[in-house]
Every structure is written in structure tokens, then in C-alpha cells.
Ligand binder design. Structure first.
Ligand SMILES: Cc1cc2nc3c(=O)[nH]c(=O)nc-3n(C[C@H](O)[C@H](O)[C@H](O)COP(=O)(O)OP(=O)(O)OC[C@H]3O[C@@H](n4cnc5c(N)ncnc54)[C@H](O)[C@@H]3O)c2cc1C
Length: 681
């Protein structure tokens, strides 16, 4: 496997486990003792704690419950070969990060203060034994064996039972031996959703998906009073396993399966650079360091070169659950000084939950446009050459190209660059959103299905809100990399060009191109599309469907999918206000009519700032300028129950174009300003 595959990445549906592995599923039934047979276990109540995400011991509700209620606990991670097929959606660097996290989890379990560890051994898994030095020696260069051993360690400590195979088979084996299974409920889609359904069907009452991540699952309308539910959860005590209070034994079955062996078996060969280490130690260290940076957070968010060190970098740890959102939230509130940066940061932790709630409410986010009006958008315009130019960073728009190359090389981008490239892909290149979303999902180390796909649909304008943002990559150069330091790092062929030409290299006078030795169109591509024409075409098409899309939000089924933080009322408010039919003379509503305070530019570049949704928050939407202002979504109007950028004073009047008068966008600086947690009410 390699990070650098150019394949079109589609569904992670893959061959069956049997296809891939034969009968190597581990542990074998014969290696699984019944709880009642374990030494010193009295009543014989045993819980398997099945880790998928939530790879930690602290603030883990399923584990806490198992320790409190069980005589024996068997923590389990299953390497599922379905995720390793050549059609898999994860780059090798993310897979390696996961392997490191599982190795680290094993060490944590080995050190946990439980009463006793009961070890049993099952047959070693053919082809999955720990790689020997002899095996790894000659192929060290090819298989990265040295780095593998350094980052994954040897399996000389054992706390976690590590399985290999179809989780449904393995969990069924435990259930057949008298174990119950507890696992944290996690929003999933595609393969993960089908797998969880199969687990439920196979294990019946013996499996419990424990809701312990603050999301709301047990209501018809999960968004009713969502904000207060989330605040209560974030500030409540963490679920700490009380090993000391209970006489719980821990079972560890040695299966011969280790992260290092799986890494080797599938030839995981990361090529990305600057990837964080997937250990709990690294996660905690990063969190502690970030606390000191919190006051500077607001000034570090937007520019990509500042964000690399200036935002928390915690996203991969939150995604795989080495840290819980609540742990981070409480640590920052307890240890960082009260300041704007602190509230901006904690708001974003709520956004993490907001988006994951969306996937929990509707698993279809990965597959279909949330608003049926937009289903199939751009499918008929699919152009593989434009897609390839975008993926490879060869569009002729330097900020986009730098971002896309950076994504591929490092697996990370800050919010603004992610949003800008998604906007460019859908609004300017007119390509189907899901191709871009899958590409991000493959390359991002932190890719969280619950955030990535919902953000993509939001940025692509597929929800039906009365607001939409189109980023202008040229303006982003001027605003966030005027001296070109970041661009030329990733697009070195532009290095010799004076920085004033980086926004539009194609306008560099020929004499200067000659002097610099850079020919635009040869050394660096000319723009692959005409920006203004494409943007105008997008707006024209989008406006035509806007009222239809708003009307769809009246349908409870669609409102539920969209999962606005303001609930059904918010969706209804949009439908009421913007879902009108065309005006009496048959024309559609104009942007000016539906724009609730946005700045529309007659040159064709429009910012409609009545961003609904944390989806606007999402767009890091313009918002309040200080901590005291937090206009509430009213349930009506453009904000329609979602955080709304209705403080126009926060939007600086700096939309200077490039002289053409047509180069404005709605991507104002204030978009990184404070949006308080209360705005989700
Ligand atoms: C198209 C697109 C795709 C995205 N895909 C992902 C993804 O797969 N995984 C992911 O974690 N984030 C995603 N984001 C959100 C955001 O870009 C990242 O969370 C952030 O850049 C991660 O860096 P950080 O941990 O240093 O963030 P910080 O600024 O330090 O934020 C702390 C945490 O808050 C959460 N957060 C921050 N911003 C957002 C946001 N806008 N929406 C939701 N949660 C947020 C994340 O958990 C993040 O780790 C995406 C954004 C866009 C526009």
C-alpha cells in the first residue's frame, strides 16, 4: 500500500475477510476461556470491551461500566482486513497512526491498576507473527521495518487482546463462550454502519453500544435542547474506570497478532512527513503545550503557515479517541487563562460534536446530498483532468495548489485551506463533491467521517441553507500569504517570481517571467479554468434551485438529516422564509432578497453571510467581535436557529480586489472571530 495512489477512491466496501485472509481469524474459539473458568472470578460476569475508536482508558464509559459491573474485563481491538484492501480509504500514514495508537493502548492496559492479569494464549496467527529481526533486516528499506519497530514497539507487554479478522466472527466467539460485549457507540456510515448492524444481529442482547461521547441518540429529535445537553456533558465528571474500587480481573489473550505484524503484513509504508506520533504520551504532551498557546490561538488560525504550529494539532488524537473531547475541553478550561482564544477553542470542540451529531442523525452524509434537490450536482460535469489537476496541485491557482500538495505530503491542512479547496473543487471546477471528500478522507491523518463529509456537503452548498460562501483563492494569497512563504514552500517552481504576482501568476509580464526564468504555462500551469466565468455559472445554477432546496427542509425527514443545531424549527424557518415559489412574474428570488446582511459584489463574487449552521461556524463564519456579544439564532431568518454571523461590525471592510473590481469574496477576516458556545442554543 502507498500514500501516493492516484486511484479514484470510492466506497470502502471490500472483499470478504475470507477472500483476503483465509482462516486466520484470531483469537480462535478454543483460545477464549469462559469467564466462569477464570481463576478467582466468582460469579463469572465477563465483559469484552471492544475498542474501535475511543482508544483510551480514561473518560471511557464502556470500560468504566465493564470495570464496575464485571468480574472480568477483556479489552479487545480487532484488526479488520476490510480496511486494508487496495480500495481502502485511508492512506498509509493514517493507518500507521492507528497502529501506533493500538500499541500505545496495549501499553496503557498493561499498566492499568487492575487486580490481576489473566493471560491465555491462542495459536499464533499464520503470517501475523511479530516480524523477526531477520525478516525485517534485509527489507528494512522497503518495508520501513526500523521505523515500524521504533514506533510500534515489540509486543513484550500485553494488556490488550488484539484480534485479526471479521469483528463479527470474533465477537460471536466471545459471546458463545459466555462473554458480553460493551463498546462505545460511534457515528459511522458505509462499511462501519453495516458492520455494526451485523454485530447487533449476531450478538443480540449480549452486545451493548454505550453512548458516552455526549451525542444524543435516544430521541426522535436529537437536536431538541441539544446545546444544553452538550454543555452538561462537557462539564460533567469523566467516566474513569474505578479499578481500585472493584475486584475486577483483566483478561489478556495472546493471539500472536500485534500492530507491528499487521503493519508488516500489509506493507504499510507511510511517505507523509510531519505526521504526529500516535501515542497517548504524544497526545497529552501536545495538549499541555497547547494550553500555553491558547491566548495566541485567534491570530494563528487563518494563515496556513501560522496554523501549523498555532492551532492545537489535536484532531488526530480526538478522531481516534486517544483523548476525549471532554478531556480536552476540561483540561483547557482548567489550565488556560480565560481569554478569547480559550472560548474560540472550546467552541470548536463543540463543532466537533455538532458535526458528529449530524452523522449520527443520518449516516447517508457520505453517499448522498443531504438535500435531495442537489443530488447528482455536477455529476454531468465530471472532468477527470480537472479532478487530477486539483488532486495534484496543478490548477494554476497557487493557494489551491500549495494546499493540495501540502495535504498530500503531510496529511493536514488548517480549516481555511480545507474549506477553500473544497469550495474551489465544487464551485469553480464544478466537480462532484464526493470525489473531493473521498480524497480528503484518504489523505487526512485526522479524517473523521463525521466531520469531513458533513463539512464537504456544507462547503459545497448541498444543505439548502439560504447562505453560501465561495472562497476566492487569489484573495487568500493576499490575505494570508502575501509574501508567498507558504506557497513557495509547496510550489517551489514559483519561488523566483516576485511575490506580488503570486495571486495571479498568469498576469506576470512576460519580461519578468523571462527575467525570473519562470514561464507560466510551462513551468507552472496557467489557470485550468476562468475563475470569474465559473463562479458566475455556479451562482446562476445555485440560485435557480435555492427556493426548491429551502422548501425541502420543511419535510421532517430532510430536516432531520440536515440536523441543524436549531432542530426542526430551524429547518422550518428556512423553508418558510426562503422556500417561496418564484415571484409572481415567474422569476426566482435574487441573492439580494435572500441575503440577510451579506455583502454582495456586483462583480459576480458574492458573499451571503447569513450563514446558517455551525456550518457557518463551519465556514468559520463572521461572527461576534468579542466575548460579550453572542446573538442567538432566533429560529427565523437567515440564521434560522444556527449560529449566525449577524454582527456585521465584525466584518472588516477590507475586501480590496486586485484592481479588476471583480475579485471579492465573502471570506472575511472576521470569519475567525469568536463564536461563543451559547450560539448553538
Ligand atoms: C472540508 C473540510 C473537511 C474537514 N475534515 C475534518 C476532519 O476530517 N477531521 C477533523 O477533525 N476536522 C475536519 N475539519 C475541520 C478543521 O479543519 C479541523 O478540525 C482542524 O483544521 C484540525 O486542526 P486542529 O486540531 O489543530 O484544530 P483546532 O483549531 O486546534 O481545533 C480543535 C478541535 O476542534 C475541532 N474543530 C476545529 N474546527 C472545526 C470545524 N470547523 N468543524 C468541526 N470541528 C472542528 C476539531 O476536533 C479540532 O481538532 C474539516 C474542515 C473542512 C472545511
Amino acid at each position: 500500500m502507498s500514500d501516493e495512489s492516484d486511484r479514484e477512491i470510492e466506497d470502502a466496501t471490500v472483499g470478504t475477510v475470507a477472500d483476503v485472509l483465509g482462516d486466520t481469524t484470531r483469537p480462535h474459539s478454543s483460545g477464549i476461556p469462559a469467564p466462569a473458568d477464570l481463576d478467582g472470578v466468582e460469579s463469572g460476569t465477563g465483559y469484552v470491551v471492544w475498542h474501535r475508536k475511543h482508544l483510551r482508558l480514561a473518560d471511557h464509559r464502556a470500560l468504566s461500566r465493564a470495570v464496575a459491573e464485571g468480574d472480568a474485563v477483556c479489552p479487545l481491538f480487532v484488526f479488520d482486513p476490510a480496511f486494508y484492501s487496495s480500495d481502502g480509504l485511508a492512506c498509509d500514514a493514517r493507518i500507521r497512526f492507528l497502529h501506533e495508537a493500538v500499541a500505545s493502548l496495549n501499553r496503557l492496559y498493561a499498566a492499568a491498576p487492575k487486580r490481576s492479569v489473566l493471560r491465555t494464549t491462542t495459536q499464533s496467527a499464520a503470517g501475523l507473527a511479530e516480524p523477526t529481526p531477520a525478516e525485517s533486516g534485509p527489507s528494512a528499506g522497503k518495508t520501513d521495518a526500523g521505523r515500524r519497530e521504533a514506533s510500534l514497539g515489540r509486543a513484550d507487554v500485553s494488556g490488550l487482546t488484539v484480534g485479526f479478522g471479521d469483528p463479527v466472527d470474533i465477537l460471536s466467539r466471545f459471546v458463545d463462550r459466555g462473554w458480553s460485549v460493551l463498546t462505545m457507540a460511534t457515528p459511522t456510515s458505509r462499511y462501519g454502519q453495516r458492520r455494526d448492524e451485523r454485530v447487533r444481529a449476531a450478538c443480540g442482547n449480549a452486545v451493548t453500544f454505550v453512548s458516552g461521547d455526549g451525542l444524543v441518540r435516544d430521541r426522535e429529535w436529537p437536536r431538541a435542547d441539544w446545546q444544553s445537553h452538550v454543555e452538561d456533558w462537557l462539564t460533567a465528571s469523566q467516566h474513569t474506570p474505578a479499578w481500585d474500587d472493584h475486584d475486577t480481573a483483566q483478561l489478556s489473550i495472546e493471539t500472536g497478532v500485534t500492530p507491528a505484524a499487521v503493519d508488516e503484513k500489509f506493507d504499510i509504508t507511510p511517505v507523509k512527513t510531519r505526521v504526529p506520533s500516535g501515542t497517548h504520551r504524544a497526545a497529552t504532551k501536545r495538549l499541555r503545550e497547547f494550553v500555553d498557546q491558547v491566548p495566541a490561538y485567534p491570530t494563528n488560525i487563518s494563515a496556513p503557515q501560522d496554523a501549523r504550529e498555532g492551532t492545537s494539532g489535536l484532531s488526530p488524537y480526538l478522531n481516534f479517541g486517544l483523548l476525549s473531547v471532554r478531556q480536552v475541553y476540561q483540561h483547557v478550561l482548567d489550565n488556560a487563562p480565560s481569554c478569547r482564544g480559550r472560548s474560540m477553542f472550546t467552541d470548536r470542540l463543540v463543532w466537533n460534536m455538532h458535526y458528529n451529531q449530524k452523522l449520527s442523525d443520518w449516516p447517508g452524509w457520505t453517499e448522498r446530498a443531504v438535500n435531495p434537490v442537489f443530488e447528482g450536482r455536477n455529476e454531468d460535469r465530471h472532468d477527470p483532468e480537472l479532478v487530477a489537476a486539483w488532486k495534484n496541485g496543478g490548477t494554476g491557482f497557487p493557494m489551491v495548489d500549495a494546499a493540495m500538495r501540502c495535504l498530500r505530503r503531510t496529511g493536514w491542512l488548517n480549516f481555511r485551506m480545507r474549506a477553500m479547496c473544497a469550495s474551489f473543487f465544487t464551485h469553480i471546477l464544478h466537480q462532484p463533491w464526493w470525489i473531493g471528500a473521498d480524497w480528503y478522507h484518504h489523505h487526512l491523518i485526522d479524517s473523521d467521517v463525521g466531520i469531513n463529509y458533513t463539512q464537504w456537503q456544507s462547503q459545497a452548498g448541498l444543505i439548502g441553507k439560504p447562505s453560501q460562501r465561495v472562497y476566492n483563492p487569489r484573495k487568500q494569497v493576499r490575505d494570508h500569504d502575501a509574501d508567498g512563504v507558504w506557497i513557495t514552500r509547496w510550489v517551489p517552481e514559483l519561488q523566483p517570481l516576485p511575490s506580488q504576482f503570486l495571486a495571479r501568476p498568469e498576469r506576470t509580464p512576460l519580461a519578468i517571467q523571462q527575467e525570473c526564468g519562470v514561464t507560466i504555462g510551462a513551468d507552472y500551469p496557467s489557470p485550468v479554468v476562468d475563475f470569474e466565468t465559473r463562479r458566475q455559472a455556479f451562482w446562476t445554477r445555485h440560485e435557480r434551485r435555492r427556493s426548491d432546496a429551502a422548501r425541502e427542509l420543511r419535510r421532517p425527514e430532510i430536516a432531520k438529516r440536515a440536523s441543524f443545531s436549531g432542530g426542526y424549527e430551524a429547518a422550518q424557518a428556512i423553508a418558510d422564509e426562503y422556500g417561496r415559489d418564484g415571484t409572481e412574474d415567474g422569476t426566482q428570488l435574487s441573492l439580494g432578497e435572500i441575503d440577510d446582511g451579506g455583502d454582495e459584489d456586483t462583480g459576480g463574487d458574492r458573499s451571503v453571510t447569513g450563514q446558517g449552521d455551525a456550518d457557518a461556524a463551519d465556514a468559520e463564519g463572521p461572527s461576534t467581535s468579542d466575548d460579550t456579544q453572542s446573538p442567538m439564532p432566533t429560529g427565523v431568518g437567515a440564521s434560522a436557529g444556527e449560529p449566525a454571523p449577524d454582527d456585521e461590525t465584525a466584518v472588516p471592510d477590507d475586501h480590496a480586489g486586485d484592481g479588476s473590481g471583480t475579485d471579492h469574496d465573502g471570506d472575511d477576516d472576521a470569519s475567525d472571530a469568536q463564536t461563543s458556545i451559547q450560539r448553538f442554543e
